[in-house]
Ligand binder design. Structure first.
Ligand SMILES: Cc1cc2nc3c(=O)[nH]c(=O)nc-3n(C[C@H](O)[C@H](O)[C@H](O)COP(=O)(O)OP(=O)(O)OC[C@H]3O[C@@H](n4cnc5c(N)ncnc54)[C@H](O)[C@@H]3O)c2cc1C
Length: 451
């Protein structure tokens, strides 16, 4: 490969090139990545045609392919030893058709960029809860976005995708052209056997008003706080999106706290938040915001965690707060203040139905995500990774599977069956075997018992 071929749009950066270490680190939003996987090359296509070209080039060189959308996989599924990584951040198409409330959206679009574009056309979408999350990995994983109980999961609003396959072929996939592949598109996450260069989405109506009430609670009496939360959350209307963040204490004179964040997408004057406002909880502080009709106003003030090292693990469970909270670790000085265990019953549709025509199938009414955040420079590199794993291991006897978007997929920890159930895992295997028989697309499930 000549030096000139390493520059310009669509260029490849090789391991020996000077900019490689920083570009590899910049693929992930986390300041910590597993040290070993060293891709052979990083390609940054600017157009779908350049994606086709990159796939063909990788094929000609005998390289496997990995994909980076927005870089939020904390298992760094985009880092694969010896593979060519396609960094899709420049594919930021956002073409809305207001009459049909649909849009073609590129894989480089972030949650915040999508929210801004949707505000401008007075439409909405269940985008992810954090401003920076890539829409593409989020949609492929299933997409537990804002107002999921009412709007449904992000993947349910994927109508079609423009896909480049491992053999360089490009095609639009929908429920008619290939129903099995369409189901895999809706939820297979990093097991998807193709490179999505655009998603066609069914948008949601703009919410009438978005209001948020946040309560910080002393969580030392975890069982009592949990029992109250179970009662309160059961009375909330479907259009209140409720997330509970458990924060362990970090110093001896500190206490574990809970942040209860309730966000109302209510149509009427009554926002439905009164049960949270009046809950009998040991309240430390409260805050309320009104974002009007704007998802962007809701998302923009939320923390970005830039510079943090991060790692996550996940579990679905039918247990409630009263059973779960007393099992969570109360203290860890190695974490930074953003570390939390997120527990939410709003990661499911209000009617309890699984997404239609999808391998995505939330296997519990409560989603539990352990997010470790730390400063790799001052706290050493890796032990908080173990913290996230330990949180989930403590709850494992109450769990039933995990979410592919947040589970620990490193070293074959979560299997296809853990993520998709038996029938979903079989469907993923069949579709991968048909469309990518040579296993050119690297997935975290390749090469261990889950594949
Ligand atoms: C801070 C934070 C907040 C989060 N909040 C939420 C949330 O509210 N709801 C939720 O459901 N999840 C959430 N997640 C999880 C998130 O949805 C997943 O990590 C998702 O994979 C991120 O997508 P990405 O494009 O940013 O990541 P990437 O790391 O770029 O993508 C992950 C993998 O998906 C595959 N992939 C991505 N794009 C493509 C494509 N175009 N074609 C083919 N394969 C592709 C690749 O295998 C890739 O390695 C959050 C994660 C973080 C770190």
């Amino acid at each position: 490969m000549s030096a000139s071929a390493s520059t310009g749009p669509g260029a490849w950066l090789r391991r020996a090139d000077p900019g490689y270490p920083s570009r590899r680190a910049g693929l992930s939003v986390s300041a910590w990545q597993p040290p070993r996987p060293m891709p052979a090359a990083i390609a940054t296509p600017h157009t779908p045609d350049e994606v086709v070209e990159a796939v063909r080039r990788a094929r000609a060189e005998g390289l496997r392919l990995a994909v980076r959308g927005g870089g939020h996989s904390l298992s760094a599924t985009h880092l694969v030893d010896g593979a060519a990584v396609l960094d899709l951040r420049h594919l930021t198409r956002f073409d809305v058709k207001r009459e049909s409330a649909t849009a073609w959206v590129g894989p480089g679009v972030t949650t915040l960029a999508a929210a801004a574009a949707l505000d401008a056309v007075e439409l909405s979408f269940p985008v992810g809860h954090a401003p920076t999350v890539g829409l593409s990995g989020f949609l492929l994983a299933g997409g537990n976005g804002w107002n999921t109980p009412v709007w449904g999961h992000g993947c349910e609003r994927v109508l079609a995708a423009d896909v480049v396959f491992a053999d360089g072929r490009r095609a639009v996939v929908d429920d008619e052209t290939d129903p099995d592949l369409f189901r895999v598109l809706r939820g297979a996450g990093p097991a998807y056997p193709g490179v999505v260069v655009a998603f066609r989405l069914q948008l949601a109506p703009e919410p009438p008003r978005i209001r948020r009430h946040v309560v910080e609670v002393d969580a030392r009496d975890a069982e009592r706080v949990g029992a109250t939360l179970d009662e309160v959350v059961a009375t909330l209307p479907a259009h209140v999106d409720t997330t509970v963040f458990w924060h362990p204490a970090r110093a001896d004179d500190d206490v574990p706290t809970l942040t209860v964040a309730a966000t109302s997408f209510a149509p009427g004057i009554d926002d439905g938040l009164d049960p949270i406002r009046s809950a009998d909880l040991p309240v430390l502080s409260t805050a309320s915001t009104d974002a009007g009709r704007s998802l962007f106003q809701l998302l923009d003030p939320l923390p970005r965690h830039e510079g943090d090292a991060m790692f996550s693990d996940h579990l679905w469970t039918d247990a409630g707060y009263r059973a779960l909270l007393p099992l969570l670790p109360t203290r860890d000085p190695r974490l930074n203040a953003a570390s939390s265990v997120l527990l939410t019953t709003s990661a499911r549709r209000a009617d309890g139905a699984a997404p239609g025509r999808a391998v995505y199938s939330p296997s519990g009414r409560m989603s539990v995500s352990a997010y470790a955040h730390w400063d790799p420079a001052s706290q050493g590199p890796e032990h908080p990774v173990g913290w996230a794993r330990q949180v989930i291991a403590r709850l494992a006897h109450l769990g039933n599977g995990c979410y592919v978007g947040e589970a620990d997929l490193t070293a074959g920890r979560a299997t296809l069956t853990d993520c998709f159930g038996g029938a979903g895992a079989d469907l993923v295997r069949r579709v991968v075997a048909r469309l990518d028989p040579d296993r050119v697309m690297a997935t975290p499930f390749t090469g261990h018992h889950g594949s």
